[in-house]
Design a protein around this ligand. Structure first.
Ligand code: C5P
Length: 232
């Protein structure tokens, strides 16, 4: 049974109450749905890439909601209650932080920056402070610290993986959820839809910016990135 449909995925219940099946769609959006297209093969690529990242993270001791990949477009995941925060980690300035705070695109940060955005389409997912997160009743101090700790640990691991592909992890967005025991678990996806990834030398883009900025073919870019993952 369909339990949720988002911009890029459908979530279905299964016979096991604690397990969901996720189906990746061929839809691509940008600017909170302002720009929207259907691209054949996009769901497959995001599913393959996300599944591989979750497997690599699992092997390295970072658990997530991911259980296994079922097919080209489907995964089995643990059921979690999604925390309505987009957790963004930034290593290099790009995207919204260049506009909001005037950083120059490409500037490296001395240390990674963690930001929270409130997942609320009607409000356009605003940037929120720790105090806002508490005021909204989304997480308490201990949970906020845990979200940041996990986000930074995942950042360290993803940077190491990108280094092996000669790529820089500029920034990324992750989401977390709580399992039935209240444990905070990495959820959603990790793909070129949710990361900015640049070639270390040429600065070529391997992410959704090619679609946002209309600088190239999204499908060709994601295939190129997936091929590079063979090195991992
Ligand atoms: O737009 P901004 O620069 O804040 O995005 C930071 C990172 O978070 C980018 O890698 C972007 O792809 C990702 N992101 C996302 N989903 C959103 C907003 C940002 O995956 N709704």
């Amino acid at each position: 049974m369909l339990v949720y449909e988002g911009k890029a995925k459908r979530v279905f219940s299964t016979d096991d109450e604690q397990v969901y099946r996720i189906e990746y769609k061929d839809e691509v959006t940008a600017g909170n749905g302002a720009k929207k297209d259907v691209m054949a093969g996009k769901g497959r690529l995001n599913n393959l890439i996300t599944s591989r990242f979750f497997e690599l993270l699992m092997d390295a001791g970072y658990p997530s909601h991911f259980i296994e990949r079922l097919s080209d477009t489907e995964q089995l995941v643990r059921k979690v209650d999604i925390t309505p925060l987009e957790v963004v980690v930034r290593n290099i300035a790009a995207g919204s932080i260049t506009k909001r705070l005037g950083f120059t695109k490409g500037e490296s940060f001395r240390q990674p920056l963690v930001e929270f955005y409130y997942k609320k389409d009607e409000l356009n997912d605003p940037l929120v402070t720790d105090d806002h997160v508490k005021l909204l009743g989304i997480a308490d101090d201990v949970e906020i610290a845990e979200l940041k700790r996990q986000a930074l640990a995942i950042n360290d691991h993803l940077i190491a993986l990108m280094n092996r592909m000669n790529l820089d992890l500029v920034d990324f967005k992750i989401e977390f959820g709580k399992d039935k025991d209240g444990h905070i678990l990495l959820a959603d996806e990790i793909s070129p839809d949710t990361c900015r990834i640049w070639d270390k030398e040429t600065k070529e883009n391997f992410d959704k910016d090619v679609y946002r900025e209309e600088t190239g073919s999204l499908i060709d870019t994601y295939i190129h990135f997936y091929n590079k993952m063979e090195a991992l």
